[in-house]
Write a protein that binds this ligand. Structure first.
Ligand code: GTP
Ligand code: MG
Length: 195
């Protein structure tokens, strides 16, 4: 995938701020610090367009990036950060639920999971939510560079089993560090938005 343009558009805190040009949207969900923003940066070959390791607790912003005038990446706030209050968590839940339920432009959610760890309860809840709303989902198992190759298969199997993954859902191994999985993920995204 050749990137000809990549722009940050908005940190939206309300639906009336979402873009109105009707381009397809690919959303990224996952725990705080799992590597969502890094994944976006690797996909678009920019070091720092998506803000990485931003201060956790910014629980109510959907960050929109427009790529090649063709598709948006929508970076969700990470979940599972311990110091977030119950009120904030609830606001996060309402915003995400509404987006997942009502956003017609949403074509695919990338559920980003750390290859090293068993998916958390929140990961499982998020996956169940996506299934419930019948949203096409791709499980992206990232930070592959953090464990030896010999353990990749075993860890990916563990991720699928813990999530109770639907065998029809794509699972892509990824590393923002090495770029592994990038071509495959672009292929999956382009196929999803063209079909
Ligand atoms: P929030 O925005 O807080 O939800 O976090 P995030 O999911 O956007 O994570 P972010 O991309 O900021 O990455 C968190 C940390 O993990 C950073 O220090 C990244 O450099 C590191 N990281 C992300 N992806 C990878 C990867 O594939 N390999 C390695 N080695 N480090 C990674
Ligand atoms: Mg981020």
């Amino acid at each position: 995938m050749k990137i000809t343009s990549a722009e940050f558009i908005i940190s939206a805190v309300r639906p009336d701020q979402y873009p109105t040009d009707a381009l397809p949207e690919i959303a990224l969900a996952g725990r705080s610090n799992v590597g969502k923003s890094s994944l976006i940066n690797r996909m678009i070959m920019r070091k720092n367009l998506a803000r990485t390791s931003s201060q956790p607790g910014k629980t109510q912003q959907l960050n929109y990036y427009r790529i090649n005038e063709q598709v948006y990446f929508v970076d969700f706030p990470g979940y599972g950060y311990a110091r977030v209050s119950k009120t904030e968590r609830e606001a996060w839940g309402r915003m995400i639920e509404r987006y997942l339920k009502e956003r017609n432009e949403l074509k695919l959610v990338l559920l980003v999971i750390d290859i090293r760890h068993e998916p958390s309860k929140d990961d499982c809840l998020m996956y169940d939510w996506l299934k419930h709303f019948e949203i096409p989902t791709c499980i992206v198992v990232t930070k592959a560079d953090k464990i030896p190759k010999s353990r990749w298969d075993k860890h990916i199997k563990m991720v699928k089993e813990t999530l109770g993954a639907d065998p029809r859902d794509a699972v892509i191994r990824f590393s923002s560090e090495t770029g592994e999985g990038r071509d495959q993920l672009w292929e999956h995204i382009l196929q999803t938005i063209s079909g």
